[in-house]
Design a protein. Structure first.
Length: 72
């Protein structure tokens, strides 16, 4: 039997590719564009949404359903 471990959130290994910081930056820019926020306010919102809902997208869908588009 073959077992694969996918470390998608960087829990097991450090991110040497720079992928997660790039994704994080794009999510922040998305919030800035969609909600008209400054970078600092977008970061603060992301932290709050992740703490409350587990992911930024779930938080957006719960709190900003008219603005959030999962297809984006």
């Amino acid at each position: 039997m073959t077992v694969w471990f996918l470390d998608l959130d960087g829990t097991l290994y450090t991110d040497r590719t720079g992928l997660w910081p790039a994704i994080s930056q794009r999510i922040t820019r998305y919030l800035q564009a969609r909600l008209g926020l400054s970078e600092a306010d977008a970061w603060a919102l992301r932290r709050r949404l992740v703490a409350a809902y587990g992911t930024t997208l779930r938080g957006l869908l719960a709190e900003f359903p008219a603005v959030a588009d999962p297809e984006d």
